[in-house]
Design a protein around this ligand. Sequence first.
Ligand SMILES: [Cu+2]
Length: 227
Amino acid sequence: MNRGVVLRGVVVVAVVVCLGLLPWASTIRGAAPETARPASTTSVTITVTSALAFTPNTFEVSPGQTVTLTVEQLDSEYHTFTLSSVTNFTFSSSNTTSDLQAFFLAHPPLVYVAINDTAGWEQTVTFTAPPLGTYEYVCEIPGHFQGGMFGFMGSGVAVGPPPGPPVPVGLYIITGVIVGLVVIAIVLGFVVGKRKGDRYEMPPERLGYPEPSDPSQTGRPPPPFAP
Ligand SMILES: [Cu+2]
């Protein structure tokens, strides 16, 4: 047999064998033991003040993270730190304390800390950060949520400052109408004033100025003499 033909046959067989082994090679690479990732943890401290506020009123964690949360009391009355377990749920400013308590009865909170009435008291709890989304935390003492004692935890998402009380849309409409009327009044006043000014404009001769038609008094040279 021709040596060239044999050589080409060997090369073809080698290529086919290599191609056949490729999937195995990737499987073997994939089977390599993964290096264990270190557990992700984070710490947050929430301070309670006499201003009926949680500080901070927003914080962020990553889903699956182990969160060590410390609630620190700087006030001297009872509060609760109740973190909702319901993703992207926001209480309405019209919700009563009974509404909140009924909600948490139906949806057990992710974290609940009953805050002692002694300034300087603190408690630390650990929980696993929930799936992607925002989670509201509130104080369940009557009147405190309505007084502004709430905040938001972002799990894998950025959270801005909590929304303030809703501004009625009617207020925007009334303000817009008033501004529009003022602008129209200014423009109309300007136009009417200008037209009246034109009508009552004093003729030049009565003002003591020379007649514009009399070239001898306007300072312009007289027209050339016509023969
Ligand atoms: Cu409170």
